[in-house]
Design a protein. Structure first.
Length: 290
């Protein structure tokens, strides 16, 4: 627990998505309630970000190999660049890497997380994203989606993503974009978008996305951190620069959240895909999405 002063029960009527404490101003709470996200400037220090960047480079060079981490690469660049950060576009599930997992324990991050989850917090899903310059064979555009699609636990209002820019993120290098207010909608069906040869494994998107809905591009400086609801429609564009756009993130949930059975729901096909992947990788026979 990070504190005992937080009531894990939202105020009836006024606030559904934030909890009572003295961290957020009334304006900040109202903004998150209305829009489903909240951007906090310069939350994570340059020193911490530099440490995360160095550890990421060490993982790319295979100087460290955190157990359980999924390292996603653009295989088409491997022959050109070998083992380097020019090939790795994501390190997922880094909870066994002490240096990267420090992000999930930073008091300045948890102070805000607690406003959404309450005081008993679990880190559920971790990622360091290294958005590569876009190439013809592969695009790192992530279609508009809702993160709850990937999570077999509820309630959604007690789950929050903390996403920190490790350098300036803008429309040139593929910053996040969001559709404010969509966190009030239910979980929608997701699948692979109908793009030719441009889909990444598990990069599912909304099947009935309204392209005309207004999007807000979140231009962020190094250390800026956005907290957002798992039902918020969001995605990210392509990196049109020659550099890399790094960010580090963790989804947190209240430890009082409960698991659901995804059978006969829109999440069932995701479970099937994950079971196939795990079976292939670990030769495991019995797997469930937990």
């Amino acid at each position: 627990p990070t504190s005992a002063q937080v009531s894990a029960v939202p105020q009836p009527g006024r606030f559904c998505y934030t909890l009572d404490n003295d961290v957020l101003t009334t304006e900040q709470r109202q903004f998150y309630e209305d829009n489903g996200y909240l951007l906090i400037k310069k939350l994570v220090s340059d020193e911490d970000i530099e440490r995360f960047r160095k550890e990421f480079v060490r993982i790319c060079k295979r100087e460290v190999n955190p157990p359980g981490a999924m390292i996603m690469k653009d295989e088409s660049l491997k022959s050109q660049y070998g083992q380097s950060e020019k090939v790795v576009n994501k390190v997922q599930d880094f909870q066994e890497d002490k240096e990267l997992f420090r992000y999930c324990t930073l008091p300045e991050v948890l102070r805000y997380v607690e406003c959404f989850t309450g005081p008993n917090i679990m880190a559920m899903h971790t990622m360091l994203i290294n958005k590569l310059p876009d190439s013809d064979q592969q695009t790192f555009l992530h279609p508009m989606h809702q993160d709850l699609h990937y999570f077999p636990f509820r309630p959604a209002a007690r789950i929050v993503c903390s996403w920190t820019a490790m350098e300036r993120a803008d429309q040139d290098n593929g910053c996040l974009f969001v559709q404010p207010g969509t966190h009030k909608q239910p979980l929608k069906p997701h699948g692979y978008p109908q793009w030719e040869g441009k889909t990444n494994k598990l990069f599912h998107g909304l099947l009935d996305e309204d392209e005309k809905s207004p999007k807000v591009h979140l231009v962020m400086e190094k250390g800026d951190t956005v907290f957002f609801h798992p039902l918020l429609f969001h995605g990210s564009g392509i990196n049109k620069t020659s550099g890399f756009r790094k960010s580090i993130s963790c989804h947190f949930a209240s430890s009082e959240c409960y698991y659901i059975d995804v059978k006969n729901t829109s999440q069932e096909h995701l479970e099937k895909e994950l079971v196939e992947m795990v079976h292939k990788k670990y030769n495991a026979t019995s797997v469930e999405l937990r």
